[in-house]
Design a protein around this ligand. Sequence first.
Ligand code: NAD
Length: 442
Amino acid sequence: MKIAVVGTGYVGLVTGTCFSETGNNVTCVDIDKSKVDKLNAGKITIYEPGLEKIFLRNQKEGRLHFTTSLADAVKEARIVFLALPTPPGENGSADLKYILGVAADLGKLLTANDYKVIVDKSTVPVGTAEKVKTAILNNGAPEFSFDVVSNPEFLREGVAVDDFMKPDRVVIGTTSEKATKLMNDLYAPFVRQGNPIIFMDEKSAELTKYAANSFLAVKISFMNEIAQLCERLGADVDMVRRGIGSDSRIGKRFLFPGIGYGGSCFPKDVQALVMSSDEVKYDFKILNAVMDVNVAQKLHLLPKIKAYFGGNLKGKKIALWGLAFKPNTDDIREAPALNIIDVLVDEGAVVTAFDKEAMENVKQLIRDKINYSENQYDALKGADALVIATEWNEFRTPDFDQVLALLKNKVIFDGRNLFELEQMKDLGFHYESVGRAKVVSK
Ligand code: NAD
């Protein structure tokens, strides 16, 4: 099948590459010429484990193409995916300018007797499929030359290829029989193990995506509040997590407390669902609380750090491990590390950071506001404390001899609960984490 993917970012590049992997002929479009040039030169533009290999193979075998021309990409395509940004607008609701702009352009390109399915893969509010259809029709597309389908994407950065190739489920919102058949054929190779393709109406599909992300955000903020209680009551959140996670109604996953959720999805999607609720005069109380808890949680370590240094961070050297909003990605959108850096630097601390994939993106954003280190150990040289903001695997079992030798003070503030309290005590660290007892060593 010939496919076009409009928008070649985290979702678009994975979508296009994975569809080419099952034999489709895919053309990805982007307005960013430098991105397209790079991809055409065989250079991958994002860090995503496993992606480069299949990107190179399919490109070499002539099934994966990149262009800046929407017209060229959609000319022969039967299905056109929109994997465009839907950032928060001024009031927090999803800004549809990219989606509706491309929909208008598509309207000028579609012709009679050349049926195409236009698929919203971006995360969009309920009613967007209808708006896309109207924008296409208003720009000259003949009636019945297309259907608009909602097919929200559930991939997680860091394991995006696996998530795409073996999805837990595929959600497709359409009431068109023709589109149902095409979408079913396209996704059949991805669900051979029996995971479902769930067909529903467009609005339900659109809401499913927001409901899924918001529910996961609820779990995170809930556990972060339990962690707050643990610290005040002298309980251990790790124990509580294991205690509740073994209940099959609750489940083990997504119960880890930390310094809040970030990334390009949870913050904006929770906010957008609250705005959608407001628009229909429904006060979504839980989600308002989830957002408040998350804002506070991102700075959870700061009072602990300040208290340790007697309220004065001026001139303190802080090593920071982790910048990405989560491990296995270079994505720094809404990363808690950035909030921590802002406060530390404002208070006069000197920050030296290390992250094996996200440093370049941070450099572009904040340049020399902080120092950058070549590896995780160099960052520690002469530091008054180590702060951990992202749970990269290599931080989990570091060479503690080196850590002890390089740090000026044996002090760790761990936003991801990477280490056992006993071990920290044995090694003689002052160690503060989230929802667990403070380890105070001399
Ligand atoms: P992104 O910013 O990484 O990529 C968007 C791409 O679209 C960019 O390369 C940009 O240059 C391009 N673009 C903008 N305007 C364009 C136009 N007119 N024509 C062609 N290209 C254009 O965004 P993303 O993270 O891939 O997210 C895309 C959508 O998918 C969002 O709605 C997001 O909420 C949703 N989503 C993201 C994830 C994720 O983990 N990143 C997961 C599921 C869903």
